[in-house]
Design a protein around this ligand. Structure first.
Ligand SMILES: Nc1ncnc2c1ncn2[C@@H]1O[C@H](COP(=O)(O)OP(=O)(O)O)[C@@H](O)[C@H]1O
Ligand SMILES: [Mg+2]
Length: 254
């Protein structure tokens, strides 16, 4: 058995009177896609923010490769190999795909006397082309700004950027919520490629058939607690919904 890359235990987080997380245990194994599911308000986004340095837990422990970590900011988590793609994608709309991959990490050419010169756009384009190719991302053009790409292609650029700089874990918060069928399939293929390249993926999704199709494991949160770890091959959509809603579904008669 391999060791978890990330193991969070007893994570708590309270906002005023709301106990968003009540002692959550969550782990990520090497090269796996874990789906993180739960009803609205279950605590999914709060957990992802804590594990990627955008929020602090009130209690609990996070181990990365067996060592305790405490992320003070998203860049701490990035330095540790963890990146998150939020729904707003955080792309620079007026820059081309390659420069988006290097946002904040631009390649610069040395100018005269070794002084920092100008952006090395060719180097960034070449490196980006390799990244996109290895992940199977086919963009209609590499020269246009990303705001002219389709929603699915923008999502792919954002995921490729996360995967390029985070060698351990990429969190995806509802990556296909706004996409059509074909683009959704492409983004799911991309998630699999990221996993197969050795970076684990944590996928938040409300699409239960999609979760069963793509995930290696499903972690269910309910009202701020971890309630189940399910194996897709042995689970149905009904099983997932039952875990997410506990007894409440049976009690609901239309
Ligand atoms: N910054 C915040 N301030 C106050 N309450 C919050 C904040 N973030 C989340 N919550 C509350 O915590 C609970 C869990 O929210 P969230 O993690 O967004 O759930 P999910 O992503 O599963 O829908 C909800 O009741 C939500 O209203
Ligand atoms: Mg959420």
């Amino acid at each position: 058995m391999s060791e978890p890359i990330l193991e969070a235990s007893g994570i708590t987080r309270t906002f005023g009177h709301v106990q968003a997380l009540r002692g959550v245990d969550f782990k990520v194994m090497p090269s796996e896609i874990v789906a993180l599911i739960g009803d609205n308000g279950a605590g999914k986004s709060t957990l992802v923010k804590i594990l990627s340095g955008a929020d602090r837990p009130d209690g609990g422990e996070i181990l990365l490769n067996g060592k305790p970590v405490s992320f003070g900011s998203p860049s701490d988590a990035q330095d540790a190999g963890i990146a998150t793609v939020y729904q707003d994608l955080a792309l620079a709309p007026d820059l081309p795909p390659a420069e988006n991959l290097f946002l904040g990490r631009e390649r610069v050419k040395l100018g005269l006397a070794g002084k920092l010169g100008f952006l090395d756009r060719q180097a960034m384009r070449d490196e980006s082309a390799k990244v996109f190719e290895s992940l199977g991302v086919n963009l209609k053009s590499h020269r246009v700004s990303v705001d002219t790409l389709s929603g699915g292609q923008r999502q792919s650029v954002a995921i490729a950027r996360a995967a390029m700089w985070a060698e351990k874990i990429v969190f995806l918060d509802e990556p296909t919520a706004a996409l059509g069928v074909v683009q959704t399939q492409r983004v799911l293929e991309l998630a699999k490629r990221v996993r197969d390249s050795g970076t684990s993926v944590v996928l938040i999704s409300h699409n239960m058939p999609q979760v069963l199709e793509i995930a290696d494991r499903v972690h269910v949160l309910r009202l701020g607690e971890s309630v189940a770890n399910l194996t897709p091959a042995e689970s149905s959509v009904d099983d997932l919904v039952r875990e997410m809603t506990s007894g409440t579904k049976e009690g609901f008669t239309a």
